[in-house]
Ligand binder design. Structure first.
Ligand code: SF4
Length: 71
């Protein structure tokens, strides 16, 4: 499983990085970013629950979950 941020819809509410600060960060304006844990690799299996939680709690549906593992 991978995650990405749709930067065209992210409004910087911060719920994602409040819920899972190891998976999501923020830029200088508060918009979500990926972190070293999520930027170039699959979400660790023991962190998938919180990745899904962040996606479910994003008011803009800007946290995208990609179920297929990176190949
Ligand atoms: S919760 Fe959604 S809108 Fe808020 S910072 Fe995260 S991705 Fe952006």
């Amino acid at each position: 499983m991978r995650v990405s941020i749709d930067s065209t819809t992210c409004q910087g509410h911060g719920r994602c990085y409040d819920l899972a600060p190891d998976l999501f960060g923020e830029d200088e304006e508060g918009y979500a970013t990926l972190t070293e844990v999520t930027a170039d690799q699959d979400v660790p299996s023991d962190r998938e629950h919180d990745a899904r939680l962040a996606a479910a709690n994003c008011p803009e549906s800007a946290v995208l979950v990609h179920e297929q593992a990176r190949v």
